[in-house]
Design a protein around this ligand. Structure first.
Ligand SMILES: [Zn+2]
Length: 460
């Protein structure tokens, strides 16, 4: 989760812009508190530069963000102008910021515009102390003019929707999922597709297969209009649709086809700036970013390959990665333990505690049978088990007990040759290697110390 700093502008002795009885500082704080609630809900840490009506100097506001090492900083304001007809919503970023930061501002601006505004004044670049001194990607949101009656009416009427929208824009910028809501940019795309192409979509703000299909139908319609492609407008990204994209969209292009591209980038999680049908630098950057993430040539031209990646048939999910290659030998050991000692092991080729326990059980049974011991057969490498190994296994020995030794060496990563129950020179050399590695007496005889090191989980 992320650290978000919200900065309700002005406060205390500084009312901000004033219009009659209405003071900007109060609108900003009310919005900030509403945003805090929405952003904390999914688990973010939200820090307010002020959460009450107090004066906080500009430098301190930036310092709060810098000290917190914030991931994003959003300053909240209302606009003002002497001419009371001035209206609309704009979002500011510092001139020269990375496109990524401008994309954050576009996310917020797009979401607000999708709710409905008098005019979309866009994302603007300027020089502000609050933006300049803040290290986190920073924006300043001007949610309408406090000097315009209709903007104030919209602010009050759509307050919750605007708060949802700004929160959504912030979450989008942080790469977090936005909660289902009818008021977001995807809903705006759905409304546009309905109006422009009679898509008949439910405006639910969620990128669904139906929305994808409507984007494809829009693309087909535009290809028919622009290039006489004569495509069936069926919402299916088929070979004919792909083949009809003969000239890739590029910077400087305009029109509904560009809108389809921008909307397709947006629903794929890449912010192309304003969804305005104009292929500018933000769309170019988002397109190249998408291309590079998808392993395509990042040429900034949306041709058939790029549109296929954006809207084409959903690729079949990749086959699940193969399970770790089970060791055939360990599977054989498990099978032998099952048959010989009723161990009940999964024959999965993986050496785990159950297989270890079965090897100890086998050892205990062989000690009891071969040497007449009376060790509890419980699969626990107990002191009694260890004490029962009075005669170490050695060169020339044969039988199931040797098999247990060979299997125990194998599961510990040593290869004693064929697991044949016959203690030959290879098994002896392997016991010596194991003993040397474990700082035991290197005598090639598997006595209590060697078996402890092989099978006691505490020892290994
Ligand atoms: Zn202000």
């Amino acid at each position: 989760m992320s650290i978000i700093v919200l900065d309700p502008g002005h406060g205390g002795s500084d009312p901000g812009a004033v219009s009659g009885a209405r003071q900007e500082k109060n609108d900003n704080l009310r919005l900030g508190l509403a945003l805090r609630q929405r952003l904390q809900a999914p688990g973010n840490q939200v820090i307010m530069t002020r959460s009450t009506d107090v004066f906080v100097p500009l430098t301190e506001r930036s310092n709060i963000s810098n000290r917190a090492n914030a991931d994003i900083f959003v300053s909240l304001h209302r606009n003002a102008f002497t001419n009371t007809t001035a209206n609309g919503v704009e979002t500011w970023v510092q001139t020269g910021v990375p496109l990524r930061t401008a994309a954050n501002a576009h996310n917020v601006q797009n979401e607000i515009v999708a709710v409905g505004v008098q005019s979309n004044r866009g994302v603007r670049f300027g020089n502000y102390v609050i933006l300049r001194n803040t290290r986190a990607p920073a924006m300043m949101q001007e949610l309408g003019f406090i000097t315009n009656a209709r903007d104030n009416q919209l602010f009050d009427q759509h307050f919750n929707a605007y708060a949802d929208a700004i929160a959504n824009g912030i979450l989008l910028s942080l790469g977090q999922p936005i909660p289902p809501s009818a008021s977001n940019a995807i809903a705006s795309i759905q409304r546009t597709l309905n109006t422009r192409y009679n898509a008949g979509l439910t405006v639910d703000g969620r990128y669904s297969p139906a929305t994808r299909s409507a984007l494809v139908a829009g693309l087909q319609t535009e290809l028919n209009r622009a290039f006489n492609a004569n495509l069936a407008v069926n919402g299916v990204f088929d070979a004919a649709t792909r083949a009809a994209i003969t000239r890739g969209l590029r910077r400087g292009d305009r029109g509904n086809w560009v809108y389809i591209l921008q909307a397709s980038l947006f629903v794929n999680g890449f912010s192309p700036g304003m969804l305005d049908g104009s292929f500018g630098p933000m769309t170019d950057a988002a397109l190249r970013n998408f291309q590079s993430v998808r392993g395509l040539a990042a040429d900034g031209i949306a041709g058939p390959v790029t549109f296929t990646a954006l809207l084409g048939p959903v690729a079949a999910p990749p086959p699940p990665p193969p399970p770790p290659q089970p060791s055939g030998t360990i599977t054989l050991i498990q099978r032998t333990l099952n048959r010989r000692y009723n161990a009940g092991l999964a024959e999965d080729g993986t050496y785990g505690p159950a297989t270890r326990k079965a090897l100890i059980t086998g050892l205990q049974l062989e000690l009891n049978c071969t040497f007449g011991r009376d060790v509890a057969v419980d699969g626990v490498f107990s002191p009694a088990t260890r004490a029962a190994i009075t005669r170490g296994l050695r060169l020339g020995d044969r039988g199931n007990w040797v098999y247990i030794l060979q299997a125990s060496l194998f599961v510990n990563g040593y290869s004693p040759g064929p697991l044949d129950g016959s203690f030959g020179p290879l098994t002896q050399a392997t016991v010596r290697a194991f003993q040397a590695a474990r700082n035991l007496v290197v005598d090639g005889i598997a006595g209590p110390a060697t078996f402890t090191a092989l099978l006691d989980p505490v020892a290994s």
